[in-house]
Design a protein around this ligand. Structure first.
Ligand code: HEC
Length: 159
């Protein structure tokens, strides 16, 4: 057998074998009350960019592509979602105290200005945010961070 065929054979076996690795449970919770949108009522343009570029890893609901069922893609995505949600979950941020909310909004502004988010692997598939989309988010979160907690701004949940 030619070495090339042996390599192809091994790769195929690995890919087939990987399918026996159990898939991670899907990140799909029932819509929660107090989601980011419900609490802060962002303009449609903001919500659209967040939904398209951030919620897949930073909320309780991921839109899965068909190939997410395949290993090792499944494990790869599950890892990003788990790590992403740990750092920032748009379905939970409304329940945090003011200080933590500000820290999170600052983190978002930084991640966008530095261009670290969305993750490079995600940008490869879904495309990059253009300068306008980035600006829309940065302006919105800068303004939101200043508004929260102020009398004229958005009130805090009781307790
Ligand atoms: C493909 C999944 C994915 C997408 C899409 C994504 N993120 Fe992330 N994000 C992550 C992961 C994973 C981490 C944790 C990185 C780490 O721990 O090194 C993270 C971390 C962060 C952090 C915390 C940074 C820090 O170090 O404290 C912020 C803020 C953030 N993301 C904002 C965003 C925003 C805003 C978007 C949309 C424009 C976005 N992310 C899109 C996966 C993603």
């Amino acid at each position: 057998m030619k070495p090339f065929r042996i390599v192809v054979g091994i790769v195929l076996l690995l890919v087939i074998g990987a399918q026996f690795v159990p898939r991670a449970p899907e990140n799909r919770a029932a819509a929660t009350a107090g989601s980011f949108a419900e609490r802060f009522h962002p303009p449609a343009a903001v919500l659209q960019v967040l939904t398209a570029a951030c919620f897949d890893c930073h909320s309780n609901n991921t839109r899965y592509p068909w190939y997410a069922r395949l290993q090792p893609v499944n494990a790869f995505l599950a890892r990003h979602i788990k790590k992403g949600k740990k750092k920032l979950n748009f379905d939970e941020v409304a329940q945090y105290g003011l200080r933590k909310q500000r820290t999170q909004f600052n983190g978002i502004i930084n991640a966008l200005s530095d261009g670290t988010m969305p993750l490079p692997s995600y940008r490869m598939i879904h495309g990059t945010l253009n300068a306008g989309e980035k600006q829309v988010l940065i302006r919105y979160f800068t303004d939101l961070k200043d508004r929260i907690g102020k009398k004229t701004g958005i009130s805090q949940p009781a307790g």
